[in-house]
Write a protein that binds this ligand. Sequence first.
Ligand SMILES: Nc1ncnc2c1ncn2[C@@H]1O[C@H](COP(=O)(O)OP(=O)(O)O)[C@@H](O)[C@H]1O
Ligand SMILES: [Mg+2]
Length: 397
Amino acid sequence: MEHAVEVREVSKMFKLYHENVRSLKEKVLFLRKRGYEEFWALRDVDLDVEKGETLGIIGANGSGKSTLLKCMTKILYPTSGKIVTNGSIAALLELGAGFQPDLTGRENVYLNASILGFSRKEVDNKFDEIVAFAELERFIDNYVRNYSSGMYIRLGFAVAISVDPDILIVDEVLAVGDESFQRKCLDRIDEIRDSGNTIVFVTHNVDITKEICDRVIMLEGGRIVKEGYPKDVVNYYHQVMETEEEASERGNRKIEITAVQLLNDKGEESKDFDTGSSMRIRVFYHAREPIGDPVFGFSLDDYRGFTAFGTNTALKGTRMGTVEGEGIVEFDLKSLPMLDGRYLVSVAVHSRDGEVDYHWLDKYLPFEMHSDIDDAGLLYVPCEVNYLSLTEGASLL
Ligand SMILES: Nc1ncnc2c1ncn2[C@@H]1O[C@H](COP(=O)(O)OP(=O)(O)O)[C@@H](O)[C@H]1O
Ligand SMILES: [Mg+2]
């Protein structure tokens, strides 16, 4: 089956030129070749948008959402990879893009609609509807340069939806209008969707995607990091945003934790673990002087700060004696019971009485749990079902 949009291994690089060449030496060094850095706004993005689907794209500021939409609408071209679109496209990109400030609202409606492929007569027929949707009856003959941002958006949206495109691409537009206009747009998007058209929808207000999208992808640093049902991707987005808080460190570092590794059941370093699989937490330390009887420990916390599990060498009855120089402490977790979600590992070494912190690494290493189990909750509990009918005088015994 043909897709509405096919994105194949698309990467987009921007050249960031060095503006401030401060010293003469730098000037001489950059004289021949003007210095620039490569910045990859999109990396290896692969995506099919199904016909008739409403696809949401979410991600933090700067994650590449607008760049991806601009590549879909051919305002930008990918540095590598390719994009195929099937059907007519109307795009509502940035605020007021496509409007001429020195023309009136009326003239801009005709100009925009003709760019989208409409004849004058077709626009004549739709004109009143467009203006009514935009609620701009009183202002339609004013110059667009005098419009507020809300008026820009209302007019842009009204034009884009009036052309009944096969594919409607909307970028962050709803962030601007007031709430009643947003509601109206969402209702209209619902109608467009119900009539079988394809919608690609970018928004900051990720919870809206749960309401209107069939599927959501999340971008991070120009890559797709999550794709699936709106509920799941939006939950993941919230988890990532809430665990962004900085990892923190404390302690006198008489024993320093120099590295921490998470190993999967094949003994390889990993950040992805399946429910029920094992995890080895390997802690590398360096004791700068002989230290008697330290305690090493860890905890696994979810994004809300809830500790799923934690223990330490003292609780496990291990006495390490005096440590000096470099060494390794390993914790073998036989089976991880957590269902899907993002977790952070904290690691610490302190004195046996808990009075002295040698080194704490709080919320240090992230990892992700994956499962295809549909049971609800945070943890997997093996559960069997038995049943027996108690009619006809049978009993459980
Ligand atoms: N024309 C450009 N030149 C250089 N960098 C750009 C350009 N357009 C976007 N970028 C950079 O690419 C990254 C992604 O931008 P964008 O796609 O607008 O992100 P988003 O819409 O998710 O906020 C940002 O870091 C942005 O600064
Ligand atoms: Mg953007």
